[in-house]
Design a binder for this molecule. Structure first.
Ligand code: SF4
Length: 381
């Protein structure tokens, strides 16, 4: 489904779709969907994270979900597929369609656990059927040929991220997750079904990643990965303790921490230098290097953003022309007063709008991000 080009048309389309989906739901189902956080939470710059389960049984040592209040057990998310779509359509900042909000599955649970897998596929199928937004998932679980076929039938451009961050230390870092060999095999299965699997090198664990990344990238490539997304480790005091308990060398992590985290606070560990090494080695061996997961989602769906162009990565469709005046006029036509517009760099625009539009902040940002494929920051005064 094409994304309309004005905010008014987007609103009309959302209302029309919500009526159609709403007619398929009972009033209790609609109410439950409306109470759900998917109907309210603003998308993040990387897209809208979709929860397909509550909790996770894999208990990765570096995982922060316990600090966020999630349990180490898993159950499928309570909404059914149509309720989830309904909730998204009722979310004021969500933009439906192929050029709409990016969908990211797998942030606070493993989406292909026995407990969550059917729900995940149901969500993928429903989002693809009724909305058409670009979907991405990340997983450590093995996927079968028939899983891959079902997923590819729903969204042939889907962006699969397969997490492998260590081979040597996986028993200590991911004690209950399937071994990396099975995940390399999943890459091969997805590639065989003409999907575009991407290695997910996140979190980068300083002290371990430096010794292993070359092997992991080479193996991923050999099994059919087209690229790599690399990302940072975030730690809480509990995670640091857990890493110590599991015999993970933490000196390098501590050295790179900008400050001591407060209880439950997630603090990113400095890994930019290691990330650069990973991405540069990826390029050297013919993998596409994605510094952010959203770029991988755009890429596999045939889209290109201006940050990708800046990095020399392009997919089938190029973004609209980069023109500040056009963006300003577009927002004015949509009823917003733009006080100033300027480039922060080659791919990020900085807009200042009238204070009275502040409550539309996430919608405005999402609209510009989706339509012009630009990063954006907005300010209000
Ligand atoms: S699989 Fe993901 S959500 Fe589950 S414990 Fe590991 S990092 Fe956390």
């Amino acid at each position: 489904m094409q994304t309309p080009t004005t905010l008014r048309e987007i609103k009309e389309l959302k209302e029309k779709l919500a009526r159609i989906i709403g007619d398929m739901l009972t009033s209790e189902e609609k109410e439950e969907a409306l109470r759900d956080h998917h109907a309210r939470r603003p998308p993040r710059p990387c897209g809208m994270t979709i929860h397909t389960g509550i909790g996770c049984t894999l208990r990765c040592t570096y995982c922060y979900i316990e600090d966020m209040g999630f349990p180490w057990s898993a159950k499928p998310y309570p909404l059914n597929g149509r309720q989830l779509v309904y909730a998204l359509l009722k979310n004021p900042s969500f933009i439906p369609g192929r050029n709409g909000t990016l969908i990211a599955i797998g942030s606070v649970t493993e989406p292909f656990l026995p407990e969550t897998k059917e729900k995940t596929i149901e969500y993928i199928e429903n989002i693809a059927e009724y909305l058409g937004n670009p979907i991405q998932f990340s997983t450590k679980m093995p996927l079968t040929r028939s899983d891959a076929e079902r997923i590819a039938r729903a969204d042939p451009g889907i962006s699969p991220l397969i997490t492998i961050i260590t081979v040597e230390h996986h028993r200590n870092l991911e004690p209950y997750a399937p071994p990396p060999e099975l995940r390399f095999k999943t890459i091969a299965v997805l590639a065989e079904k003409r999907l575009k699997p991407i290695l997910f090198y996140r979190p980068i664990i300083p002290g371990i990643a430096e010794k292993e990344y070359q092997y992991i990238l080479e193996e991923a490539k050999r099994h059919g990965a087209i690229g790599v997304v690399a990302g940072t480790l975030r730690v809480t005091p509990r995670i640091i303790e857990k890493l110590k308990e599991n015999d993970i060398p933490i000196e390098e992590i501590i050295k790179r921490l900008p400050r001591k985290p407060k209880p439950r606070e997630q603090v990113p560990v400095y890994t930019r230098d290691i990330k650069e090494k990973i991405l540069s080695y990826a390029r050297k061996i013919g993998l596409i290097a994605f510094p952010e997961a959203c770029m991988a989602n755009l890429y596999t769906h045939g889209y290109t953003c201006w940050k990708m162009i800046n990095l020399g990565v392009t997919s089938k469709n190029m973004p609209p022309e980069k023109n500040l005046e056009r963006i300003r006029e577009d927002l004015v036509l949509n009823g917003f007063k733009v006080l100033s517009a300027k480039w922060e760099n080659n791919y990020r625009v900085r807009l200042t709008l009238s204070q009275r539009h502040r409550r539309y902040k996430s919608l405005i940002e999402e609209y510009i991000r989706c339509k012009y494929k630009l990063c954006i920051k907005t300010f209000y005064k």
